[in-house]
Design a binder for this molecule. Sequence first.
Ligand code: SF4
Ligand code: SF4
Ligand code: FES
Length: 245
Amino acid sequence: MSRTLRFNIFRYNPQILGAVPEMQRFDLNETKSMTVFIALNRLREEQDPSLKFDFCCRAGICGACAMVINGRPQLACHTKTMDLPDQITLLPLPFFKCLGDLSVDTGVWFQDMNRKIESWVHTDKSFDPEAPEERMCNAEAEAIYELDRCIECGCCVAACGTARMRKDFLGAVALNRIARFIIDPRDERSEQDYFDIIGTDNGIFGCMGLLACEDVCPKHLPLQDQLGYLRRKMGFHAVKKFFGK
Ligand code: SF4
Ligand code: SF4
Ligand code: FES
């Protein structure tokens, strides 16, 4: 027999002056292979057309449907209700601006973060559209692609204690992105250039290393390894600078 799921969903419309956030209860019968995303669509279609939440791909690719599901930031389209108890609490990701109910604006934060860390290959080489594609060894290409799998869902930032305390903390997603450029042979930035971006308490030295980011990353990115690598690399750089080397 299928279960009746009880959803407790955060409701808030910031467009209404004086609106107060509240939790609203919905009951829904569970169907086979139901995801939280499917449940939300059914609730919107069958019970409340004003329910706001984001999605795009429905396949764990766009990162839009991230929300806090029973206390844990995760993707609604990748979370099966059969893996949850029959009481399900849904909250918007903390840290980001709430646009309404479960919908948050991650785009502005990610745009700003990408601008701050200059998230593009820095090179003085001029672009020649006629030149054959440059070769890169397989191992290097694979290492870069591994870190490039981030879908900018925001789960790691929402789970990060430092991000909650320091509003300008770059977060694991930005640090992972920097690690990706450091291993990219096309990027000509120096160690000092990277240190200028992440060698502060808003960068690698603010990270407390408790790894909630890695625990919740839906793409299972090796964030722990990247944070450790950057902490060592930037730490050594600081020591070398101190001794004038
Ligand atoms: S390990 Fe660092 S980046 Fe990851 S959640 Fe903790 S403080 Fe944030
Ligand atoms: S690192 Fe993982 S959790 Fe963070 S934004 Fe990228 S995919 Fe999402
Ligand atoms: S809808 Fe795209 S990741 Fe869930």
